[in-house]
Design a protein around this ligand. Structure first.
Ligand code: 1CP
Length: 345
């Protein structure tokens, strides 16, 4: 029997020799080699060019002993493939925000190998280059999070326009969420076929909804996605759901049959694990701000997270959200090494 790489083993709640670690936004602006590539091309071109997307995906893997790679792309990349005009400034801005049923129906059903072939090509290129013990993560945005950008039209703190839309236009809302769920099923499936060994769904804005609305609006399209990928999961490709600001909604997330729940830093890991139950692994959740602490403090705070996660298998170390562009890459090196050393079993 060949042993699974630690990241996959932990996702499937199996024992590992150490706690695996990777970092959300690990390919990005805190790395000088990323800024170097990015100084020559804009962000959209970076996601459309498999050679460059593969290069920046691999940059943090060369530098640090990370336990997983995540393909460089954006949650809005498949939305472009559905014929929705948008640009990055730097967050996604939709040329014509989606507000009517006619606009929803005008979105093309996503045929990934045809509409966004560069994503699958990037995955194939990266998989060829990665060491065997470093699995490759494919990803997408959760339907409600994509809905926030599509209806709101641009990044926002409160997303008041899409949140009002949920209540003012329930029929358009339900149809758009269903269409997004179907597109993401096709997209994640294509990524798995191209070499993604785990699939992560980012619910970055689900925390804007209270528990009742989360259950009524964000959860059903997620249930649809998870049901649509049962065969992929059965083949050992774990599904990870990142529930950003998810504390109030954990009870609802418990009902979602995913393998791993990603948690932000506001959530205490111990109680969250208890609440989610023994059939889910967790991922997280060091505050990205702690990477600015002196070495001793950083190590102590890492140990706190490891202790809070407890001795049971099924913890993947990560930050509680994306790494900040101002972070010192040496702090990341320290973090990865310390997680490995401190969690040896
Ligand atoms: O100028 C630049 O370099 C563009 C900045 C940037 C980057 C580096 C954007 C625009 N997207 C990305 C890459 C990206 N986006 C990855 C790469 C893989 C990695 O993690 O290393 C991933 C996984 C994403 C996913 C993503 N995009 C999310 C979910 C994760 C999260 O942070 O919550 C979200 C919400 C987006 C939207 C988006 N795209 C870009 C920006 C700046 C944003 C956020 C806008 C906002 O605050 O609403």
């Amino acid at each position: 029997m060949t042993a699974l790489p630690p990241f996959l083993a932990a996702a499937l709640r199996q024992k590992t020799a150490h706690t695996p670690v990777w970092i959300m936004r690990q390919a990005g602006r805190y790395l000088p080699e990323y800024r170097e590539v990015r100084s020559k091309v804009d962000f959209a071109s970076l996601t459309h060019r498999p050679d460059l997307a593969a290069e920046v995906t691999l940059q943090p893997i060369r530098r640090f002993g990370l336990d997983a790679a995540i393909i460089f792309s954006d949650i809005m990349t498949p939305i472009e493939g559905m014929g929705v005009g948008l640009e990055y400034a730097p967050g996604p801005v939709i040329h014509n925000p989606i507000r009517t049923l006619t606009q929803v129906e005008a979105m093309r059903p996503l045929v990934p190998e045809q509409d966004v072939p560069y994503v699958m090509e990037s995955l194939r290129l990266v998989r060829r280059e990665l060491p065997a013990h470093v699995p490759l993560i494919g990803f997408c945005g959760a339907p409600f999070t994509l809905f926030c950008y599509l209806v709101g039209g641009k990044p926002s703190k409160e997303f008041s326009v899409p949140r009002a839309f949920v209540h003012g236009e329930p029929i358009v809302t339900a149809r758009l969420l269903d269409r997004l769920a179907d597109a993401m099923i096709a997209y994640l499936r294509a990524q798995a076929e191209a070499g993604a060994q785990a699939l992560m769904i980012f619910e970055s804005w689900g925390g804007l909804l209270g528990p009742a609305d989360f259950r009524a609006v964000a959860l059903p399209p997620m249930q649809r996605i998870v049901a649509g990928l049962q065969d992929i999961r059965a083949r050992g490709v774990p599904l990870i759901y990142f529930a950003n600001q998810g504390m109030a909604n954990l009870e609802a997330v418990k009902d979602l049959p995913v393998d791993v729940v990603g948690l932000d830093w506001r959530v205490p890991l111990g109680p969250a694990r208890k609440l989610l139950g023994p059939d889910k692994a967790v991922q997280g959740n060091l505050d990205p701000a702690v990477l600015f602490a002196p070495k001793d403090t950083l190590c102590r705070r890492i140990d706190d997270v490891l202790r809070d996660a407890g001795p049971a298998p099924g913890h993947i170390f990560n930050l509680g959200h994306g790494i900040w562009p101002e972070t010192d890459p040496d702090a990341v090196a320290r973090l990865v090494d310390h997680v490995h050393e401190s969690s040896v079993r």
